[in-house]
Design a protein around this ligand. Sequence first.
Ligand code: FAD
Length: 321
Amino acid sequence: MINIQKNISLAPLTTFKIGGPAKYFVEAGSEDEILEALDFAKENNLEIFVLGGGSNILVSDEEFSGLVIRLSQKQKPEAKLLASPKLSFGFFLECWAGSSLSNVVNFCVKNSLSGMEWASGIPGTVGGAIRGNAGIPLGCMADNIESVKVLEIENKKYKTLKNSECGFSYRNSIFKENNDLIIVSAVLKLEKGDQEEISKKIKELIENRLKVVHPNPKEPSSGSFFKNPKVDNPELITNFEKDTGQKAIDGKIPAGWLIDEVGLRGKKIGGAQVSEKHANFVVNVGNAKAQDIVMLSSVIKMKVRDELGVQLSEEIQYVGF
Ligand SMILES: Cc1cc2nc3c(=O)[nH]c(=O)nc-3n(C[C@H](O)[C@H](O)[C@H](O)COP(=O)(O)OP(=O)(O)OC[C@H]3O[C@@H](n4cnc5c(N)ncnc54)[C@H](O)[C@@H]3O)c2cc1C
């Protein structure tokens, strides 16, 4: 039985710690609970937003007047098989979409399963990671997905999609383009590995993240704010490669480098700031409003477009704007 709550603040449920309340809110720990929540939304003619770990969104300061369905990350006994990753046939791992990526990575270490190391230290849930095809240069969700089980909101039917049917590309998938689909679970493909080697790789990746990527934990963010754009200006690519000693793979230049080039590292509007540590992180340095973040992102986009001729597009999702 689900517990529909009213007027729940969304800010604490996001990594940005920003956003107004949801008129209706429910935590769903199983497929049945998602269906119950959908019935409630239909009866009351409410817009739906599915929330995972809240680590890739900016929620508006205004009230979200619909129903937020948060997929539970708790390991509830009655939903155990789904709430926690379950080792099934061979090296395939079935995961509830609400499982946190860190739970999945920990499960892999415990069972000497290799393949998901790239996800170490990335916040959020399996569902959110599939929708945005989360990843790092070393790997991404698309590399590990065997199949994804979805619930179609409109007709309440389940469907299982093979990897090739998910339309995965850089930080993209069909789930981003089709808001009628709720990801309920997924089967990941993994290989048997050496536990010590897996742990070592994870430790290195997390250390590197903390050193060069993640901002100070006291400065909440939603991770990389913009996608790394494909650039067709050879001069800009040469400048980037000379400056960093890195290659522009597939013509893509890190958004953070472009933001740095136009001198916006550290730029502040209200409580929003371009991180001093990684210029593609916009951080909440003190009670930022969503409006502060939106204004700062507009300045960034305008300056990068006007000075470098590159159009940035957001990696984060706006909710309730
Ligand atoms: C410090 C930090 C570091 C980060 N580093 C990385 C990184 O290295 N690589 C990277 O790719 N990302 C990174 N991110 C971004 C973020 O962690 C990922 O995008 C993550 O996969 C988002 O998952 P989530 O569960 O938090 O999604 P949410 O933020 O809750 O939701 C994001 C979108 O997915 C939708 N969604 C969520 N669950 C479902 C579901 N079950 N069915 C349908 N739609 C759903 C939501 O409706 C929303 O539109 C980072 C974020 C932070 C804060």
